[in-house]
Design a protein around this ligand. Structure first.
Ligand code: ADP
Length: 276
């Protein structure tokens, strides 16, 4: 389990996080959502031990992340948004350089995923488009099979079919025991994939809830009139999409963009255990 306890972080005097308590439990694909600049990358760097909390603690299975002990490092892989790629390197080379450090790494799986993503792992990165490079790196990261996998803005630069491939390939991992954190500001890209959903804003965690908890508290109504009691409404073909407090209306399908907007516009109520 990844555990952040009462942790704060700032770059110089500018606070990024203040007094955060957060747990990432095994076997889930967490979505870490927030607007640009809220601190998603910073949080992933703290979890991977690259930055030290200013106060409080960050541990993975009881190991202090910033200590970067071998038993911590062998279980976690962080794929940043921008990976420096040496001129002549290929996905095969990149994967083989890393594979020795991770007991679960599997080159056959890497090849299978590369095929599904329609990329050639023996091609040099410099001959690939940005999107192909990104897909290659995701494939390598997945095939390392670390217990914890942190993906920073993984859908950046992917075209629409590749985003669908990404969601499909990642969804194969659900329930497999691996803990994956996907940070993104492009929330639509991870719809129907992430659960729980964490939304951060203004140095704190605004929402940290499972899809089940969210649909218990909120009802997503598609079509019809704009409702005055909606936490958020937007026009859609055939009427309005309304996000409403769920007063016994049953279960509905989450629209993640609407959820994101509803949460940002109703910070206090959401933060206060959805008390509308
Ligand atoms: P996100 O990933 O959500 O876009 P970041 O974690 O990259 O956000 O950045 C959070 C805040 O910290 C931003 O205001 C950013 O400008 C600032 N920041 C990020 N890296 C540094 C750094 N190395 N030095 C100073 N400020 C930084």
């Amino acid at each position: 389990m990844i555990e952040l306890k009462n942790f704060s972080f700032s770059y110089g005097l500018a606070p990024v996080f203040e007094n955060i308590d957060l747990q990432f439990k095994e076997g889930n694909i967490y979505g870490l959502l927030g607007e640009n600049g809220v601190g998603k990358t910073t949080m992933l760097k703290i979890i991977s031990g690259l930055l030290r909390p200013k106060s409080g603690s960050c541990t993975v299975d009881g190991n202090v992340c910033f200590d970067r002990k071998p038993e911590f490092l062998e279980n976690i892989f962080f794929l940043p948004d921008d990976v420096p790629l040496p001129d002549n390197s290929t996905p095969f080379g990149f994967f083989r350089d890393l594979a020795g450090f991770y007991a679960g790494s599997n080159e056959e799986e890497m090849q299978r995923l590369a095929k599904e993503f329609n990329i050639d792992p023996s091609r040099r990165f410099k001959e690939m488009s940005f999107g192909q490079q990104k897909k290659s790196l995701i494939v390598c990261a997945l095939a390392l099979n670390t217990r914890y996998l942190l993906l920073d803005e993984p859908t950046n630069g992917l075209d629409i079919p590749s985003k669908a491939d990404f969601r499909r390939i990642l969804s194969e991992r659900v329930g497999g025991g691996q803990t994956i954190i996907i940070s993104t500001h492009q929330v639509k890209d991870v719809e129907n994939l992430i659960d729980p959903i964490i939304i951060i804003s203004n140095s704190s965690v605004l929402l940290n809830a499972s899809v089940e908890q969210i649909t218990e508290k909120l009802y997503f109504e598609y079509g019809g009139q704009q409702r005055p009691d909606a936490l958020y409404s937007e026009m859609m073909p055939g009427g309005y999409l309304n996000v409403l407090p769920n007063n016994g209306m049953g279960e509905s399908q989450i629209n993640i963009e609407a959820l994101f907007n509803a949460v940002l516009r109703n910070r206090e109520a959401i933060n206060n255990n959805f008390s509308f």
